[in-house]
Design a protein around this ligand. Sequence first.
Ligand SMILES: [Zn+2]
Length: 49
Amino acid sequence: MSKEKKQGKGHRQCKRCGTHRALIRSYNIGLCRRCFREVAEELGFRKFS
Ligand SMILES: [Zn+2]
């Protein structure tokens, strides 16, 4: 068994750009604000204003 899968709180980074800043924890997406916005637009989310 591997323990590498264990991800504690606070040690997250954007899975898109890898930054640790401005991560959105409210959603379980693992993206920073910047990437979230870009992804959201790609997905058709336009409610983010
Ligand atoms: Zn990012």
